[in-house]
Design a protein around this ligand. Structure first.
Ligand SMILES: [Mn+2]
Length: 552
């Protein structure tokens, strides 16, 4: 087995502004409340390696003695929700209202804010990287596309290096000095920000015979970047358009986030956990129509003012998936990962587009059903009014001691029935819209990537594990191998999230499931049915995550 590492995969942590150093309070929109659990999670696995070394000998080559590689599969940071501003400014009105934009200096500022609010998290990453040969891979997600900027990547390394000094200075002292990060393992004295073991792959991460990892936002119609493929490799606004290209091009989901959800979350903290984002709007119209209109009017229209005509046009095309000539040269399309073959890279963007288009079709269907549902509600109200009219007519007859004529009685009854029926239809159509969006688009992507790799004889070959994040659904499913003697491989794995979970029946309750995936190539478990794990923050140990069977 050529692999030199063991692997931990996590995704969708959504670190926001965290605890404000000036007020000591945590931002309302914060999703990541598990800095301590995360630190202990890393310590647990570092200790496992130390144990392996103690049992088998440090140079035995036994799989348990290998160093760890931590793969954070997108949405580590929540750049869309940094609305509190620090530093000298001056800030524009727009920045004050919606938070800093996506220019590299603004993104660096946002990362700075995040690191100050999540001191322990950064220390934990630093502590992890201080182990010999430990590596960190950070993939971009749709909430942290700004990791694309080299300045942001540099700043990240600098913040981690500084956090290490900070931890070394304060470890073991003071009131909050009971740091979960122990100093009992052999650690580097200093972290060098210029030669840190951190990689930022352009769009996905592939390791031969082990795994393929990708965030998955590219397959979601609300978080892909329209025809700008390869969007995750270079998410800046394309050159040659009137817009300056020193901005990150935000997908429609992020625009919702910036102009609607950030405010909506003050009322509905679970809003962003509904994927695709459209599901939240459906929920809102169903459960709180008055609020839905208010939020839409207040924020969408105001937000819309900031979108120039051109940008709004792009947004529209992006969402409806209309064919437009790609703004990047055809030659630039593909992937720049050196391990992949040319054949794979040419077919990759078209494959991404195809999966996204399927979801797009469903989103359009869902919108149609929402529209029909609202319409039948209007019709229902009209029917109620008509039946009320006849009822009043009848009551006038009663009032005047006249005989009730059966014609009016029948008409009243008919309209009551019609009104009830259209009302029930409206409710049913809403549920249909939501069901349409419950679609396994990431599994579809995993299967297609596997097929691409399988048929490409010049390529590096398929892998046993296709690991995704993004939809916040910890999941696993065996894919079609097309080759039955291949045993139990390959598998689709979704590592879930560390952000709050949304409960359909009681969305105001915050629940957490800190799910992740662990791979040890060469271990007997590597070829068994994979296990998605869950980190228990109170017990500081892992357990097998419960992943239910799907509805038939
Ligand atoms: Mn995502």
């Amino acid at each position: 087995m050529p692999n030199s590492h063991n692997y931990l995969f996590i995704s969708d942590l959504h670190l926001g502004a965290g605890r404000d150093l000036a007020t000591g309070r945590t931002a309302l929109q914060e999703d990541f409340l598990h800095d301590d659990a995360f630190a202990r999670f890393l310590v647990h696995y570092a200790h496992k390696q130390a144990e392996g070394k103690a049992i088998h000998g440090p140079s035995s080559g036994h799989y348990s003695t290998k160093p760890w590689k931590l793969v954070i599969n997108g949405d580590l940071f929540e750049f869309m929700q940094i609305t509190s501003l620090i530093g000298p400014g001056p800030f524009t009105r727009k920045e004050k209202r919606y938070g800093p934009g996506t220019r590299s200096d603004q993104s660096v500022l946002k990362l700075q804010i995040i690191s100050e609010g999540h001191e322990l998290f950064f220390q934990a990453l630093a502590w992890f990287l201080a182990h010999e040969d430990y590596e960190l891979i950070i993939l971009k997600g749709n909430h942290d596309l700004e990791l694309f900027w080299p300045e942001v990547q540099q700043q990240f390394c600098k913040l981690v290096a500084d956090s290490y000094d900070n931890w070394k200075e304060y470890a073991g002292i003071g009131c909050s000095g009971d740091s979960p990060l122990p100093a009992d393992l052999i650690l580097a004295n200093k972290l060098n920000e210029d030669s840190m073991n951190v990689q930022f792959p352009p769009s996905f991460c592939y390791e031969k015979d082990v795994f393929y990892a990708e965030h998955g936002g590219q397959y979601d119609n609300s978080s892909l970047l329209g025809s700008w493929v390869p969007c995750y490799e270079n998410p800046t606004l394309p050159n040659g358009t009137p817009e300056p290209s020193d901005l990150i091009r935000l997908p429609i989901g992020s625009l919702f986030m910036r102009y609607i959800f950030n405010k909506a979350e003050l009322y509905h903290p679970f809003a962003e956990n509904m994927k695709p984002e459209l599901r939240y709007l459906i929920w809102l119209f169903k459960n709180w129509p008055k609020g839905a209109l208010r939020i839409l009017f207040e924020y969408m229209i105001i937000g819309g003012i900031f979108l120039t005509g051109k940008k709004f046009n792009d947004l529209w095309h992006n969402f409806w998936g209309t064919e437009r000539p790609p703004k990047v040269d055809k030659g630039q399309e593909g992937c720049s990962n050196p391990e992949m073959s040319e054949g794979f890279c040419t077919e990759f963007p078209a494959m991404q587009r195809e999966v996204a288009k399927n979801l797009n079709k469903k989103a359009k269907k869902a919108i149609l059903w929402v529209a029909l549902s609202l319409w039948s509600r209007v019709i229902s109200v009209i029917f109620w009014l008509v039946s009320l009219h006849y009822l009043m007519f009848i009551s006038r007859l009663i009032w005047n001691f006249k005989l009730i004529d059966t014609e009016h009685l029948w008409l009243t009854l008919i309209f009551v029935v019609l009104a009830t029926a259209t009302w029930i239809l409206a409710i049913y159509l809403f549920d249909c819209a939501d069901d349409v969006l419950e679609t396994p688009f990431l599994r579809e992507a995993a299967q297609k990537i596997n097929d691409l790799l399988a048929k490409d004889s010049n390529g590096p070959g398929k892998v046993p594990y296709y690991i995704f994040g993004h939809d916040h659904q910890p999941f696993l499913q065996k894919l079609n191998s097309g080759n039955e003697d291949n045993g139990e491989r390959p598998w689709y794995i979704n590592t879930g999230y560390w952000a709050p979970e949304f409960d359909k029946d009681n969305p105001f309750r915050k629940m957490y499931k800190l799910t992740y995936f662990c791979l040890m190539p060469g271990s007997p478990d590597f070829n068994k049915t994979p296990i998605v794990l869950e980190w228990l923050p109170e017990a500081s140990r892992p357990k097998v995550a419960v992943i239910s069977e799907e509805k038939p």
